[in-house]
Design a protein around this ligand. Structure first.
Ligand code: ITT
Length: 195
């Protein structure tokens, strides 16, 4: 089915667009992008960050807008970096995380994704998570961010060793996007054609 309807996603991350685009394509929607709100919100809650950013973007564009916020939560580090994942990736990076984890036997971690979709209906929020472990060393060259050090439950390979289709079978983001798909199906009457 050709996707004639679209969802506007406020993000500067092309990998998110590709991953969410693949899922939404399956339910007949294209992803279009708009610049993410300039304000980088600091909060302990992915829900608060995504919802506030979606509300701001909706206000700025006058069109329904989705924002996705995600984070990596490492058990042995009490959930660090969590909502600060983007900042931690840019500062200490993969090497820094592997160093912090060097003497840890417990490698359990969790990726969480929250998609907030703001429109005339208010803000709806969809969540997805995937459990896994932090690898002993970085592996793979696909994807982005912490993909080279995260091995999802049910696989022996890191996200960075997977093509998007395979990552989407496991990923937090694909799970949240599938929930958005269900919502779009059930609420298509709220969305004007072409919006
Ligand atoms: P936006 O423009 O959408 O904000 P971003 O890259 O800044 O893009 P986030 O604020 O959601 O995205 O930051 C989440 C960070 O967590 C991201 O920069 C990665 O370092 C990490 N992360 C989130 N999801 C990930 C995934 O699927 N694979 C690898 N790392 C991920």
């Amino acid at each position: 089915m050709a996707a004639t309807r679209s969802v506007l996603l406020a993000t500067g991350n092309r990998h998110k667009v590709a991953e969410i685009g693949l899922v939404l394509g399956d339910c007949g929607y294209r992803v279009e992008t708009v610049e993410a709100p300039k304000i980088e919100l600091q909060s302990n809650s992915l829900e608060t960050i995504a919802s506030t950013a979606a509300a701001l973007a909706y206000h700025a564009t006058g069109k329904p807008v989705a924002v996705e916020d995600a984070g990596l939560f490492i058990k042995a580090l009490n959930g660090f970096p969590g909502p600060y994942s983007s900042y931690v990736y840019k500062t200490i990076g993969l090497k820094g995380i592997l160093k912090l984890m060097a003497s840890e036997d417990n490698r359990e971690a969790l990726f969480r994704s929250v998609i907030a979709y703001a429109g005339p209906w208010g803000i709806v929020v969809f969540e997805g998570e995937v459990r896994g472990i932090i690898a002993m060393e970085a592996r793979g060259s696909q994807g982005f961010g912490f993909d080279p050090i995260f091995i999802p439950e049910g696989s022996t390979r890191t996200f960075a060793e997977m093509k998007i289709e395979e990552k989407n079978k496991y990923s937090h983001r694909a799970k949240a996007a599938r929930k958005l798909c269900e919502w779009l199906r059930e609420n298509s009457r709220l969305l004007a054609p072409g919006s």
